[in-house]
Design a protein around this ligand. Structure first.
Ligand code: PMP
Length: 350
């Protein structure tokens, strides 16, 4: 089948190669920033003949209370990825508008822009931290959405809250500043969620895929003021969240499970520091990016070490960063999984 029926901007795309779509075979999975923890839930399957609540009330109010916002500030989606899509389809006109991002950053902003025929404006992570806000506004041209990933995937770096506020203020009436907080639980004092109350152009994206250990559930949240949330609801599919998903999300957001998520975050943050000190001792690791999330990104002296790890069943995520293809992102797993990384490091250290 050719792409005959698709418009040119779709036909010219290549499908996004996610950490999971690559069909690798392995025994230790540290390539998708998943949590190593598995938590237990109960299911009642007697009501599946009925359509679900389009926005399950119990989940919305539990998440609002967790984020210290009102239920009217919360929209539940199929992962933060659907939040990104929804923002682009709601606020950008195909073939006319643009979005801006700070590279290197999460790949789905680009993929979503391209599949919606929306122009992508690339600013840099140094622009994000250092450029004057006037310069940022100039460089962002006609962007309707400015994506800030905080902590940033794949570098692990963070932007101070004060800086995000300055940027939101600079883009007032010009663009929506979208703060992607997929990894925020690993450094929760940096959240921009409260800016929603004072800035009309701030949107925060959240997920249960990372710290909440529910990547398989496909649940995310869009947080914003009621006006923007209501506008996005016009575009959202009628029943985006299944009954089963809503029930598990509700349980995951109970006070007891939120506490258990916080304990797991402490363990993972400690594991990250242990990994970093071990990486520092490996002479084949030439750069380690400081990270505030559940992964660490490093540059190796030779990319053949990545192939070696893959061949032994240790799957991490190779990256091309700054034009160099010898970068590697290591997700923070359990102690046992990190021991597999330590063994690989010892082996390549020779
Ligand atoms: N934002 C960032 C920065 C991510 O790294 C990811 C997942 N890799 C997402 C959003 C999407 O998360 P979800 O699983 O909720 O769609």
């Amino acid at each position: 089948m050719s792409d005959n029926f698709a418009p040119d901007y779709i036909a010219s795309l290549t499908a996004y190669s996610s950490a999971k779509s690559e069909k690798l075979s392995g025994s230790t999975w540290l390539n998708a920033n998943e949590s190593p923890f598995t938590n237990e839930f109960e299911l009642n399957l007697t009501n599946l003949n009925r359509y679900p609540d389009p926005q399950p009330e119990a989940v919305i109010s539990a998440y609002a209370s967790y984020a210290d916002l009102a239920p009217s500030n919360v929209l539940m989606t199929r992962g933060a990825d659907e939040g990104i899509e929804l923002l682009v389809s709601t606020f950008c006109r195909s073939g006319v508008d643009a979005i801006a991002q700070f590279i290197p950053t999460y790949g789905m902003y680009k993929v979503t822009a391209e599949s919606a025929n929306v122009t992508l404006i690339n600013l840099t992570q140094s622009d994000l931290l250092e450029a004057s806000t006037t310069e940022l506004v100039e460089k962002a041209l006609n962007a309707k959405l400015v994506f800030i990933c905080n902590p940033n995937n794949p570098t692990g770096s963070v932007v101070p809250l004060k800086r995000i506020e300055e940027i939101a203020y600079a883009f007032k009436d010009k663009a929506i500043v979208v703060v992607d907080e997929a990894y925020i639980e690993f450094c929760d004092e940096l959240t921009a969620a409260q800016l929603i109350k004072s800035h009309q152009n701030v949107v925060v994206l959240r997920t249960l895929s990372k710290a909440f250990a529910l990547a398989g559930l496909r649940t995310g949240f869009v947080l914003s003021n009621q006006t923007l949330i209501n506008t996005m609801r016009k575009v959202l599919a009628p029943y985006p969240v299944s009954t089963v998903v809503a029930s598990i999300a509700e349980q995951a957001l109970s006070p007891c499970n939120i506490n258990s998520m916080k304990r797991q975050v402490t363990i993972l943050n400690n594991n990250r520091e242990t990994l970093i000190s071990t990486l520092k001792q490996c002479i084949k690791v030439v750069k380690i990016l400081p990270s505030f999330a559940n992964f660490v990104t490093i540059k190796l002296s030779d990319k053949c070490y990545i192939t070696k790890a893959m061949a032994s069943g240790l799957i991490m995520r190779p990256f091309t960063l700054y034009g160099e293809d010898d970068w590697l992102r290591i997700s923070i797993g359990s102690e046992q999984e990190l021991n597999v990384v330590f063994n690989w490091l010892m082996e390549i250290n020779g």
